[in-house]
Design a binder for this molecule. Structure first.
Ligand SMILES: Nc1ncnc2c1ncn2[C@@H]1O[C@H](COP(=O)(O)OP(=O)(O)O)[C@@H](O)[C@H]1O
Ligand SMILES: [Mg+2]
Length: 237
């Protein structure tokens, strides 16, 4: 049995009168890639934010290695959880290297920073060629790679990755997903990836959740094939 690393149990999040999450339970086991799918506004980003402490839980809890955890954003990287928000949020006026260095803010030993950046650059060789360039000058795909790379500099056990394919061409999306898979297999990092593009993400994942209106509507087990009728029901409603 694989150990469950991280779990959001019965998570409920409200923004004013809007219930963004309504009792969602989502878990990530050691070594797996889990997809979180669903239509716009279903609550996917809110799942990641609540786990990371960026959206307060009105009900429910976050468990890390089976222990209840009070999520506080600046403590999460130190615990082994990295979060890459949607929208390719690089620091445009800083160099690629400076962006990567910011990803290591929680490292206790500064010597680890260099080692970790070096190890991340092995996965993203395209960034190595551009270390001194301003991040704002990178292409969209390279900026997305930089945000993922920055998340990895803290040497996390779990990566929370929000819509890495947003606004990228199909060819670049393929590249990004191949890298996500590599991070999982080579670096042994468990990944919860939010994704709209069902086909590309299901090719690289073990399990999947489909959210609808803040609730888990479908839970796909490893090896199970999702019926298109079930997906249509959720996505077309
Ligand atoms: N900061 C916020 N203030 C108010 N409503 C929000 C906020 N963030 C998200 N919401 C609402 O919560 C719901 C879920 O949003 P979100 O988690 O971003 O969905 P998804 O990522 O699946 O598109 C939506 O109805 C959205 O409009
Ligand atoms: Mg979102």
């Amino acid at each position: 049995m694989k150990e469950t690393l991280l779990e959001l149990r019965g998570g409920k999040v409200q923004y004013g009168g809007i219930t963004a999450l309504d009792g969602a339970t989502i878990k990530i086991d050691e070594g797996e890639i889990v997809a979180l799918m669903g239509p716009n506004g279903a609550g996917k980003s809110t799942v990641l934010k609540s786990i990371y402490g960026l959206a307060p839980l009105a009900e429910g809890e976050v468990l890390w290695h089976g222990q209840k955890l009070s999520p506080v954003p600046h403590q999460m990287a130190g615990r082994g959880i990295a979060y890459v928000p949607q929208g390719r949020q690089v620091f445009k006026n800083l160099s690629v290297l400076e962006n990567l260095e910011l990803g290591g803010y929680a490292l206790k030993n500064r010597a680890d920073l260099k080692v970790n950046i070096e190890s991340v650059l092995k996965i993203f060789p395209v960034l190595r060629e551009k270390l001194s360039q301003k991040a704002g000058l990178l292409s969209g795909g390279q900026q997305q790679m930089l945000t993922i790379a920055r998340g990895l500099v803290s040497d996390p056990k779990v990566l929370l990755l929000d819509e890495p394919s947003l606004g990228l061409s199909p060819k670049i999306v393929k590249e990004v997903f191949a890298l996500v898979k590599e991070i999982n297999t080579i670096r042994k990092i468990a990944i919860l990836v939010v994704e709209h593009s069902i086909k590309s993400v299901l090719e690289i994942t073990n399990r999947a959740y489909v959210l609808s209106r803040g609730k888990v509507a479908i839970e796909k087990a490893d090896g199970e094939v999702l019926g298109s009728d079930a997906l249509e029901r959720v996505f077309l409603q």
